[in-house]
Design a protein around this ligand. Structure first.
Ligand code: NAD
Length: 490
């Protein structure tokens, strides 16, 4: 058992210090205080993790599917059993309200393991008979070997396990790196895996900064695939490093999602959900609807109602059960989000928020008031750049054609939210919106079988269900010729 305040690497089933003995501070976003230290790993640690993964691969890749599934189900059960300590760690690391970690995010990590444990037992490959040529083609779906999973800080365990679960279900061994801003729950997962009976080396967790630990993972020659979730600029760098090595690459990147509201919507449901799409997790969800477009007849009413709701949200210590908004993740991120407030004064009108919030007893925490800004053009920086904080813009539209132009006039294409009761309009717009996910009269509903990913600068490839299982396997066609003459044997 490691001390809670020291985050070590998890290699070959053991917690180990970084070989360089380099550490980075672990800073609590709600207090601004250093609460521990995190291994800052380098290429030597990654090499050790790769070695462990390679040794485990032969046996793990031949482990019967039922046994793999059984271990993964056990991991899910243990996550459930340790829900409270995981939720506390997640909330302290990221500044998010404990209720969110406890009720949504950590349970989803358990669901990820359960889903892929079950999915692997249902996964099938194809056969193609070459009729007339006396041959049958069988597609094998083989694990790749050592693969890497690199994840961000905003939904730490939830997104970490979203990659790790399908990777190990398909028989790969993993070198995974959580964000250096939120390392604790991934670290705790190591112990859970040991307890569940996952063989050593199947999951190795490397801690540390992206530029050192992450970069070493990208560059290691024996890593066959990189599954990356993070910012678009980092994704571009990852693609540049990984592409010449011809590794498989999946990129889940940033978003600047439109939240489109028509006058015929279910207004109360839309308003309640829009408060979530705008400010849940302090607006730090890649699927948040940060550009709100409202049909003209209800625009003024909506503006007033959204501002009233935003102002009534309780900003407070993440550990308190009635806190709606906690802290944003770090000082640099706090500074970045607030830097947009100067831009807001030039590009629009701040209707509420626009400044830090002072939480008594947590004066050095990174709290920001929920902010609504009215803009008159979609071509402004506020509407084109991912701010990734509790900040939304609002602007009216008059027609579907105008709306479609606004919604698609952005470099990203992760998701869109659409509020209308008109089925024809739903289909017309859903087909034309540039986004990997269109939520209609809903948001963040999860069906793990569906493809998830982005258009444009929001990424390349899809995760979820079969897409994940296919990503983490290599198809191999085996063509078997056969004799087709009936033998006239006595
Ligand atoms: P980030 O790009 O800074 O970091 C993501 C991960 O990459 C971290 O683990 C980091 O250490 C690592 N990293 C950084 N530099 C690296 C390098 N040179 N080589 C290898 N790894 C490196 O992103 P973030 O700030 O942690 O997360 C926020 C971003 O993630 C936002 O843009 C958000 O939209 C995006 N995001 C996207 C999705 C999605 O599914 N599309 C989901 C969640 C978050």
């Amino acid at each position: 058992m490691m001390p809670d305040s020291t985050i070590l690497n998890f290699i070959n089933g053991h917690y180990v210090e970084p070989k360089s003995k380099q550490w980075i501070d672990n800073i609590c976003p709600a207090t601004g205080k250093v609460v521990g230290k995190i291994a800052n790993s380098n290429a030597e640690d990654v090499a050790a993790a790769c070695l462990a993964a390679e040794s485990a691969f032969e046996s793990w890749s031949e482990t019967p599917l039922e046994k793999r599934a059984h271990i993964m189900m056990k991991i899910a059960d243990l996550i459930d059993q340790q829900m409270e300590s995981l939720a506390v760690a997640e909330s302290q690391d990221g500044g998010k309200p404990i209720t969110r970690a406890r009720n949504i995010e950590v349970p989803r990590a358990a669901t990820n393991f359960r889903f892929f444990a079950s999915a692997i037992t249902q996964f099938s490959s194809e056969a193609h008979e070459s009729v007339g040529q006396n041959a049958i083609n069988i597609t094998l779906r083989q694990p790749l070997g050592t693969v890497s999973c690199i994840s961000p800080w905003n939904l730490p365990l939830y997104l970490f396990t979203w990659k790790v679960a399908p990777a190990i279900a398909t028989g790969n061994c993993v070198v995974a790196k959580p964000s250096e801003l939120t390392p604790r729950t991934a670290s705790m997962l190591g112990e859970i895996c040991n307890e569940a009976g996952l063989p050593p080396g199947v999951l190795n967790i490397i801690q540390g900064q992206g530029t050192t630990a992450g970069q070493a993972i990208l560059e290691h020659p024996n890593i066959k695939a990189v599954s990356f979730t993070g910012g678009t600029a980092t994704g571009e760098h990852v693609a540049r490093v990984v592409a010449p090595q011809f590794k498989k690459l999946s990129l889940e990147l940033g978003g600047k999602n439109p939240n489109i509201i028509f006058a015929d919507c279910n207004y109360q449901k839309m308003l309640a959900t829009t408060v979530q799409t705008s400010f849940a997790n302090q607006g730090q969800i890649c699927l948040c609807g940060s550009r709100i477009f409202v049909e003209q007849p209800i625009y003024e009413k909506f503006k007033t109602d959204l501002v009233t709701r935003a102002q009534s949200l309780k900003i407070g210590p993440p550990a308190l059960p009635d806190t709606d908004l906690g802290a944003v993740v770090s000082q640099p991120h706090f500074d970045k989000v607030l830097s947009y407030m100067d831009i807001a004064k030039q590009e629009g009108t701040i209707l509420c928020g626009g400044e830090p919030a002072v939480v008594p007893g947590h004066e050095n925490g990174f709290f920001i008031k929920p902010t609504v800004i009215e803009v008159s053009s979609n071509r402004c920086r506020l509407n084109q750049e991912e701010i990734f904080g509790p900040v939304v813009t609002v602007m009216p539209f008059k027609s579907e054609t105008e709306l479609l132009g606004l919604a698609n006039d952005v470099g990203f294409g992760l998701s869109a939210t659409l509020w209308t009761r008109d089925l024809d309009r739903t289909m017309r717009l859903s087909k034309k919106i540039d986004a990997g996910v269109v939520w209609v009269n809903s948001w963040l509903m999860r069906d793990l079988r569906t493809p998830f990913g982005g258009f444009k600068n929001s990424g390349v490839g899809r995760e979820g269900g079969l897409e994940s299982l296919r990503f983490f396997t290599e198809p191999k066609n085996v063509c078997i010729a056969f004799e087709n003459n009936l033998k006239n044997e006595p």
